[in-house]
Design a protein around this ligand. Structure first.
Ligand code: RIB
Length: 338
């Protein structure tokens, strides 16, 4: 089938090709009646403007790339949806790339976004990402990093104070009377997990509570690892009375393991999660957790990126924008002996 051209649209609408171009690119005012004739002709012919040609002229693709480590994780699904909403409201299409916690895949997506000359990238790393960000930065594409820290020389960063959030969650369990408090961490090389463990240790140390090393077990931020590590903790000779799990996906796995082992949550063991994904309030028992400000994080990341896109010619000093997580108390935690 012949591909419709701007000339076909002009002929059908009874106007010049220049007028059609002004309507498509909004480069000059066109009488409403004329504009409507052009739009109707485009619709009748099924004509779609050549966006590549247009972007070559304007230097913009009105497209933002977003890379997340695991789109099946409801935390990333939520923040990606919010970023897509904000981007769309500001006239940008958002290309979502899922790196599946795989550095090679992350590298390929960075190359893809560079080749597509997206106007900017919002990036959540899957691990070691300095080289990837360097390449992106050298391509001249503005970057904002969310959630996981990278060197400020490369990008603005929007994240929460993970150490403080880890401290608040653990202090809450201590204030419930728990002394045997274990922790199921995320992947050790990821800074959010490391900082939360630091906060966990600070709260215990402040209350002079010792931490047997077998109480700190490593997951990978996915369901199964939460189930596996909780099983391991429940089989310890002196099992913990509370477990701080460093994300809700693993905490759901931990609740499932406790149930399978006949351990009641929270009567026998309190479970505390992190993220406050949509499922957490719907679980039975509903999950106590640390709520991440995903709405604020998404809005700030998009606003920062759009500012960087608009002012690429202006020297810009990258900053770290630190937000705070909030304690959400639900039914999966209770006072010791309560
Ligand atoms: O659930 C995924 C975890 O990794 C979240 O806590 C988020 O902070 C990300 O870093």
């Amino acid at each position: 089938m012949k591909r419709m051209t701007m000339k076909d649209v002009a002929d059908l609408a009874g106007v010049s090709k220049t007028t059609v171009s002004h309507v498509i690119n909004e480069t000059r005012f066109v009488e409403v009646s004329t504009r409507n004739k052009v739009l109707q002709a485009m619709k009748d012919l099924g004509y779609h403007p050549n966006t590549v040609a247009r972007s070559l002229r304007s230097g913009e693709t009105k497209t933002i790339g977003m890379i997340v480590p695991d789109s099946t994780n409801l935390f990333f699904a939520d923040i990606a949806r919010r970023i897509e909403n904000y981007g769309y409201e500001n006239g940008y299409s958002v290309i979502l790339c899922n790196s599946d916690n795989n550095i090679d895949k992350q590298q390929n997506y960075i190359d893809t976004l560079i080749s597509k000359q997206v106007d900017g990238v919002i990036f959540i790393s899957s691990g070691e990402s300095k080289a990837d960000l360097q390449r992106l930065s050298e391509s001249g594409i503005p970057i904002v990093v969310a959630d996981r820290v990278v060197p400020l020389s490369l990008a603005d960063v929007v994240l929460i104070n993970n150490e403080e959030a880890g401290y608040i969650a653990t202090k809450y369990l201590i204030d419930l009377g728990h002394r045997r408090i274990a922790c199921i961490t995320g992947s050790s090389e990821l800074n959010p997990s490391m900082r939360r463990v630091e906060g966990y240790r600070r709260a215990l140390s402040e209350s002079e509570i010792s931490v047997p090393e077998e109480y700190i077990v490593q997951g990978d931020f996915q369901f199964q690892s939460g189930e596996l590590m909780m099983t391991k903790l429940m089989k310890l000779p002196q099992r913990p009375t509370a477990v701080f799990v460093l994300n809700d996906m693993m905490a759901i796995g931990a609740v499932s393991a406790a149930r399978r082992l006949g351990v009641d949550v929270p009567d026998d063991v309190s479970i505390m999660g992190f993220d406050d994904i949509a499922l957490s309030s719907l679980l039975h028992p509903s999950l106590s957790t640390m709520a991440q400000p995903t709405e604020e994080m998404a809005r700030l990341a998009v606003e920062l990126l759009i500012q960087k896109i608009a002012h690429q010619d202006v020297d810009h000093e990258n900053k770290k924008h630190v937000l705070n997580a909030v304690l959400i108390v639900r039914d999966s935690t209770k006072a010791l002996g309560g």
